[in-house]
Structures are given as C-alpha cells and as structure tokens.
Design a protein around this ligand. Structure first.
Ligand SMILES: NC(=O)c1ccc[n+]([C@@H]2O[C@H](COP(=O)([O-])OP(=O)(O)OC[C@H]3O[C@@H](n4cnc5c(N)ncnc54)[C@H](OP(=O)(O)O)[C@@H]3O)[C@@H](O)[C@H]2O)c1
Length: 257
C-alpha cells in the first residue's frame, strides 16, 4: 500500500483503539491508506495481529498491542510503546466502546452500567490523558473520540450508553478548550447506525430491529464502517486544522430529522 501523493496523514503516527473490528478496523485501513503509521489496539490479539499483517503486506507501517482501555496503566504503556517505537504520537482515534442489549432503564444491572461507563467514559478519559501527555512533548496533535448519535439525542432502552456517549462529547469539549493553546485539537464523531459486530448482534436478535432502525434515518441504511472512518481520518489530518471541540455527525441525516 503506497499512500498517494499528498496523502492526508502521510508520516503521521496514529494510535487507534477498538481496532479489532468494525469502525476501528476500518479506520486502520483508511488511516494506513492515507499514509499514517498505525498502532492498532484492542483486547483480541488474534484480530489485531491479522489486521497488522494485512496492512504490512500492503506496504504500510503497522504494529499492534493488546489493550483494555479501562486500565490507565495499560493505556500509559501503550502510548509509551508508540512513542518509543515511532518517536512521537501525532494522532489518536479513541474508538473502543461497548453497548448493552436494549433493556428498560429500571431493569438494567448496576454491573452493566459500570461496564458501559468504564469502557466508554473512563476509557476515553484514560486515553486522552496519556495521549495529551505525549503530544505536549512534541508540540501538538489531533485526537478524535467516538461518540454516537446517542451522544446527541436519546433513544429508549439504552440509558447507560446514551449517558456515556454524551459524556464523551463533554470530555471532547473540555480537552479541546484546555489544549487548544498547545496545538492539540480534540474532536468527536457521532456515527449513526454502522455495520459492525455490535450492530450485527442486535439485528440478529430481531429483523424488526433492522427495519425500525432504517425507518429512523433519511438515508434509510446503515453506514459501512469505512464511511465513518473517513470522517475520523479527516479530523485527524491538517485538513481540519481549524476544527476543534466539534462533534461531527456521520449519520445519514438521522439527527437532522
Ligand atoms: N455500530 C454502530 O452503529 C455505532 C454507532 C455509533 C457509535 N458507535 C461506536 O463506535 C465505536 C466502535 O464500535 P463498532 O460499531 O465498530 O463496534 P465493534 O465492532 O463491536 O467494535 C468495538 C471495538 O471496541 C473494542 N473494545 C471494547 N471494549 C474494549 C476495552 N475494554 N478495551 C479495549 N477495546 C475494547 C473491541 O475490541 P475487543 O473486543 O477486541 O477489545 C472492538 O474493537 C464504539 O465506541 C461504539 O459505541 C457505533
């Protein structure tokens, strides 16, 4: 894989969380195609290894590390790994996340609430802090956090997820404001329904889930993960140099209704 002339992320060192499937795996391919050196992270090592091998076979520079984003020490070591191996961290796509089976709020276990908030909120918190520390050393960078349309509007029977994705936007704005003077941009993407393991599981439970989901978006389909990854890549690149603190919807018009 040779990046085209003037590729948006040429030579940029980018860390991607949740790279073992779905949007994160698509981002690994999109970022690498745009010239980035990619460090792929998630918990499932086999998937990461296969993807890193695939990217290297195509000529990209890629490595992988297992990472549970809930563990701040693991995140610190992963960021250090990227800096030690490649000299700097220019970009980060904090994309790891989990959802719950749809359940009325009063019936959700506290343990499930914890799992969602620990992954989706503390995970982004952990990543932001260690990535920003590294970027301060080298004079700047760009970070993109994955929120959701559920970070902007509510739907029923997903309360912990909705709350967690609103919090991601809050963390994004807080970090953007605080680190703009240090040339670190921080943005969020808010994907709508996107084909991934998360969504395939949900559709598999009931075809009606799929039909209902399509009825709620003007484009009446789910995104391909690459369509979402393209937005993250643009925000990570200098092409978005005056964009910070923003939440970019990538939702087929879902929140325009
Ligand atoms: N698909 C959608 O419709 C949609 C819509 C809006 C927002 N999103 C958001 O998009 C992001 C990516 O989701 P996806 O749709 O691509 O689903 P996915 O295929 O299930 O991907 C989730 C990724 O997060 C990783 N992950 C989960 N818990 C983790 C942890 N504790 N530590 C490290 N990695 C962890 C998973 O890898 P391991 O299991 O290997 O750790 C996997 O790579 C999530 O933040 C999700 O909330 C998705």
């Amino acid at each position: 894989m040779t990046a085209p002339e003037g590729a948006a992320l040429a030579g940029r060192v980018a860390l991607i969380t949740g790279a073992s499937s779905g949007i994160g795996a698509a981002a690994a391919r999109v970022f690498a195609r745009q010239g980035a050196v990619v460090v792929l992270t998630a918990r499932r090592e086999d998937k990461l290894r296969d993807l890193a091998d695939e990217l290297r076979a195509e000529g990209a520079e890629a490595s992988h590390r297992t990472l549970d984003v809930r563990d701040t020490e693991e995140v610190r070591r992963t960021v250090e790994f990227a800096v030690e191996r490649y000299g700097r961290l220019d970009a980060a796509f904090n994309n790891a996340g989990v959802a719950l089976p749809r359940t009325p709020m009063h019936l959700i276990d506290d343990a499930d609430y914890e799992r969602v908030t620990e992954t989706n909120v503390r995970g982004v918190w952990n990543c932001l802090r260690h990535e920003i520390t590294a970027m301060l050393e080298t004079g700047g960078g760009s970070i993109v956090n994955t929120s959701s349309v559920g970070g902007l509007v509510a739907s029923s029977t997903a309360a912990p997820y909705i709350a967690s994705k609103h919090a991601v936007i809050g963390l994004t704005k807080a970090a953007a404001v605080e680190y703009a003077p240090h040339r670190i941009r921080v943005n969020a993407i808010a994907p709508g329904l996107t084909r991934s393991e998360m969504i395939d599981d949900w559709f598999a439970k009931s075809p009606e889930n799929e039909a209902r989901a399509y009825r709620s978006a003007p484009q009446a389909r789910a995104a391909d993960p690459a369509e979402v990854a393209e937005a993250a890549a643009w925000l990570c690149s200098d092409r978005a140099s005056f964009v910070t603190g923003a939440t970019l919807t990538v939702d087929g018009g879902r929140t325009a209704w």
